[in-house]
Design a protein around this ligand. Structure first.
Ligand code: FPP
Ligand code: MG
Length: 325
C-alpha cells in the first residue's frame, strides 16, 4: 500500500487543512499572490499535518484547533524549504522549479521570512499559548540544526552521533512537535503526549536518513527535486559516514577526497554511487532508517488499540521505502 492509499481515511481532513492554508495565505498584494501561487505548486506529502491529525484522533479526537495547527506546521515547513533551496542551490522542488530560480535569492529569503512570520501570526489567532511555545521551540531547533550542519560542512571526521544530532534538530523535532501538538490539543496526559512526540522523533530520523540516501543515489525525476546537493555543499550524511567506515583503511584517504574536493562533482558523485553499491550502503541506510521507524512504533506500543494508532504505525513502517521530502 502506498502513502496516498494509507492516508485515504483522513483525505477529507487533509483537504480541510489545505483550505485553511489557502485562506491563511490570501493577500491583496499581487506580488504576494504570485509568490503564494508558486509555492502552492509544491504539493507535498503533507506528512506533518497527517501525523498531527492522526495523533489527535488517537488521543480523543480532532478539534478545530488541530486544523489550524496543521496549517501552521505546513506553513513553517514550506518556509524552511524556500530557504533550504537557496542554501542548497537546489533548482527543483516537488517537480516545480525552486522559488529562487524564478524569483532570485533576495525575494526567496524575504518570502521564506514572510511565510514564517505569517505562520506565527496565524498560530497566535488560535488562542493556545502552549502550541505557540511548542512551535517556537521546534523552529528554534530546526534553525540550530541547520547552523550545526553548516558549521560541520567538509568535516570528513563527522561522527554518526553528531550527524544524528543534526538531523534530529533540523528534521525530526518538527515531526515530534506535530505529534505532540495533536496529542496535547486532544487533552492527552503528559505521558501519552511524550509517547507521541517520541513517535514523531523516530519517524523524522528515519525519514531524513532515507532522504539523505536518496540525495546521493536517487533519481531526480522520481524524487521530484534536485539531488546531489549534500555533496555539493560538503554535508557528511549517514551513507557517506558508513561508506567511509566500510572501505579498507588504505582506500580511506582517496574516498575522503571524493567527499571534500571542491570540483568535478559529477565524476565524484558517480564514483561515490559506485562505492555505495559495491559496499552495500543502501541496505545499511535502509536498516538504520528501519531501526528508527521501529523505535517510533515502540513508543506507541503501550497504548490501547485504535484505528489512528494503527495508521501511524503503518506510516512509520512505510518511511524506509519513501523517496525524499
Ligand atoms: C531540508 O534538508 C531542510 C530542513 C529540514 C530544514 C531547513 C531549515 C532552514 C533552512 C532554517 C531556516 C528557515 C526558517 C524559515 C526558519 P535537506 O536539504 O536535507 O532536504 P531536501 O532534500 O528536501 O532539500
Ligand atoms: Mg535541501
Amino acid at each position: 500500500m502506498d502513502l496516498s492509499e494509507l492516508l485515504a481515511p483522513i483525505a477529507s481532513d487533509l483537504e480541510r487543512v489545505e483550505a485553511r492554508i489557502r485562506g491563511d495565505l490570501e493577500s491583496e498584494y499581487p506580488v504576494l499572490a504570485r509568490l503564494v501561487e508558486h509555492v502552492s505548486r509544491f504539493r507535498g506529502k503533507r506528512l506533518r499535518p497527517a501525523l498531527l491529525l492522526l495523533s489527535a484522533s488517537a488521543c480523543g479526537g480532532v478539534r478545530d484547533l488541530h486544523y489550524g495547527l496543521a496549517a501552521v506546521l505546513e506553513l513553517i515547513h514550506t518556509a524552511t524549504l524556500v530557504h533550504d533551496d537557496v542554501l542548497d542551490e537546489a533548482t527543483l522542488r516537488r517537480n516545480v522549479e525552486s522559488l529562487h530560480v524564478r524569483w532570485g535569492n533576495e525575494m526567496s529569503v524575504l518570502f521564506g521570512d514572510y511565510l514564517f512570520a505569517r505562520a506565527f501570526r496565524v498560530a497566535a489567532t488560535l488562542g493556545d499559548q502552549r502550541s505557540i511555545d511548542l512551535l517556537a521551540a521546534a523552529s528554534e531547533s530546526l534553525c540550530l540544526g541547520e547552523i550545526l550542519q553548516t558549521s560541520e560542512r567538509w568535516n570528513a571526521a563527522l561522527s554518526e552521533a553528531q550527524y544524528l544530532e543534526i538531523i534530529e534538530k533540523k528534521t525530526a523535532v518538527l515531526f515530534g512537535a506535530a505529534c505532540r501538538l495533536g496529542a496535547e490539543g486532544a487533552g492527552a496526559t503528559p505521558e501519552r503526549a511524550a509517547a507521541f512526540e517520541r513517535f514523531g522523533l523516530g519517524f523524522g530520523l528515519a525519514f531524513q536518513i532515507v532522504d539523505d540516501y536518496v540525495d546521493l543515489a536517487g533519481d531526480e525525476a522520481a524524487a521530484g527535486k534536485s539531488l546531489g546537493s549534500d555533496l555539493l555543499k560538503g554535508k557528511l550524511t549517514l551513507p557517506l559516514i558508513r561508506l567511509l567506515a566500510a572501505v579498507p583503511a588504505e582506500r580511506r584517504a582517496a574516498v575522503t577526497e571524493l567527499f571534500t574536493a571542491g570540483e568535478r562533482r559529477q565524476e565524484r558523485l558517480a564514483e561515490i554511487r559506485r562505492l555505495l553499491a559495491e559496499l552495500g550502503i543502501r541496505d545499511i541506510a535502509v536498516a538504520r532508517a528501519a531501526e528508527f521507524a521501529a523505535r517510533a512504533q515502540a513508543a506507541l506500543a503501550p497504548l490501547p488499540p485504535a484505528p489512528a494508532l494503527d495508521l501511524l504505525r503503518r506510516l512509520a513502517a512505510l518511511v524506509p521505502t519513501l523517496g525524499g521530502a
